[in-house]
Ligand binder design. Structure first.
Ligand SMILES: [Fe+2]
Length: 195
């Protein structure tokens, strides 16, 4: 939990409200440092968290990622997909090849329930548009089937990446860029209150 909404941080809460609209005072997040690409996933509440009274009456709304550093001369990107999925935190791994299975995220073998930005259903498979092995070195083409890229953001200090909490995203590497990196950043999850 973080205390963006505490009295001394009101100026910060006001900034977020200006950018995102109203949000619940309960926020979660994490601080990460990694040298590894990440599989396609959604950062939502997991099953254990759903049973925590803190999360009753809350629905995940926006994720905000703050890049903090990136190793020298490196290039690092995140692809945000057209696909959203309402449900638990999940890693999409149709082929059972992920080495990121030891998290609290559900591993999805059968993709389903994708919707677009307006809530319209999307198919669970397609011909993997935008995929190449160089671009998605840890995601096989068959695991990418069902996804299509909405936007690709570069890890750049001073920028902030804002996306729907239920939006599928994955690391990617653009052609000719330096894939040997270490990055860190902070992710804050914003929630809406439901009554
Ligand atoms: Fe994520």
């Amino acid at each position: 939990m973080c205390n963006v909404c505490s009295e001394e941080n009101q100026w910060l809460a006001d900034k977020f409200t200006e950018a995102l609209g109203e949000f619940d005072e309960i926020l979660t997040g994490n601080f990460y440092i990694t040298i590894m690409h990440h599989d396609a996933h959604v950062d939502l509440i997991n099953e254990d968290e759903e049973n925590d009274p803190v999360f009753h009456n809350l629905i995940p709304w926006k994720s905000v990622v703050f890049p903090i550093f990136l190793s020298d001369n490196a290039d690092c990107y995140t692809a945000f997909m057209d696909q959203r999925r309402i449900g638990y935190a999940a890693t999409f791994d149709r082929l059972s090849v992920t080495d990121q299975g030891d998290s609290s995220y559900k591993l999805f073998r059968d993709y389903d329930g994708f919707i677009d930005i307006n809530g319209n259903p999307l198919p669970s498979t397609n011909d993997s548009p935008g995929w190449s092995e160089e671009k998605y070195p840890i995601i096989p083409k068959e695991n990418f089937s069902g996804f299509s890229e909405e936007a690709i953001f570069k890890q750049r200090m001073g920028d902030v990446m804002v996306f729907d909490a239920c939006q599928v995203h994955a690391s990617c590497q653009l052609p000719g860029s330096n894939p040997h990196w270490m990055k860190n950043g902070m992710n804050i999850q914003f929630y809406k209150t439901v009554t």
